[in-house]
Design a protein around this ligand. Sequence first.
Ligand code: SAM
Ligand code: SF4
Length: 329
Amino acid sequence: MLADSYGRVATDLRVSLTDRCNLRCTYCMPPEGLEWLPREEVLTAGEIVRLLRIGVTLLGIREVRFTGGEPLLRPDLAEIVARTAELDPRPEISITTNGIGLARRAAALREAGLDRINVSLDTLRPEVFRTLARRDRLPDVLSGLSAAESAGLAPVKVNTVLMRDINDFEAPDLLRYCLERGYELRFIEQMPLDAQHGWSREGMVTADEIFGLLSPWFTLTPDSERARGAAPAETFLVDGGPARVGVIASVTRPFCGACDRVRLTADGQVRNCLFAREESDLRSSLRGGASDEEIARRWQAAVASKLPGHGINDPSFLQPDRPMSAIGG
Ligand code: SAM
Ligand code: SF4
């Protein structure tokens, strides 16, 4: 098991497949991008699958989510998914993507064994997309979304980060768009994980504000069937249901006490929290000839030292050195 000293057990592994990205979302990266990891430091498909095998057979990992950076930038993504689907016990396999290129690849990913998908969509307006993501790719994202649905990846989940005075006014339109297509929308509070350190508490659109933006248009009632548990999203029935909307209030309503996640960066470092300030180097163990058991012990030690919470609301909070795109959101 991957247990920590506060009694939490990590069963959900987030794997960053690359730190590179083809967008430059303002809440994530500077316009010029970042200094990418050298290719030789990024884990190969074989190395990733070996770590996943250790995770599911020795450490109780039950869910694997591939993320990044942009995971669709890995040409071997379908191969990684297929090899993950062959593991025994087979974990549930999902990806979080910006959707660019998904239109071409959704069917192959489904075929390879992908179970679920989250597509990030912050706006329905091309000009806002250009401001927010600094690229002109909204049509690619929208066609990727519908391809995911056609490929049988329903219910497609949509992630939205609202930015004050940029796309916050679109909250009702985004929800309407998702309701019409059967997508499950989740709003995510902006977290201090951008490479430029531009986050501010005042700038963040809070969960309470999101309710305020939606409530003139929709009746939201807490979804008693879906208790929050380890799931970060609080879900609400829209207009009596069955449609739902989620809000991930990582900052204003932290859920660290129920966290069941652990993260692996593209260069093979275990992080026990998005906001961890320390990492454990599994890549050196892998490449240095360590046995599966040795790697498992190192991984367990990394999780054992997990802190009780992310501490964003403490005056002494320090943002981690790696930004979200390099950790794997
Ligand atoms: N590139 C993919 C994408 O955008 O979906 C996967 C990686 S991205 C880092 C994963 C998720 O993190 C996206 O839904 C994105 O909107 C979200 N995200 C990025 N930076 C964030 C921040 N500072 N606060 C909250 N969410 C953030
Ligand atoms: Fe790329 Fe995702 Fe970050 Fe946007 S949020 S810059 S799509 S990694």
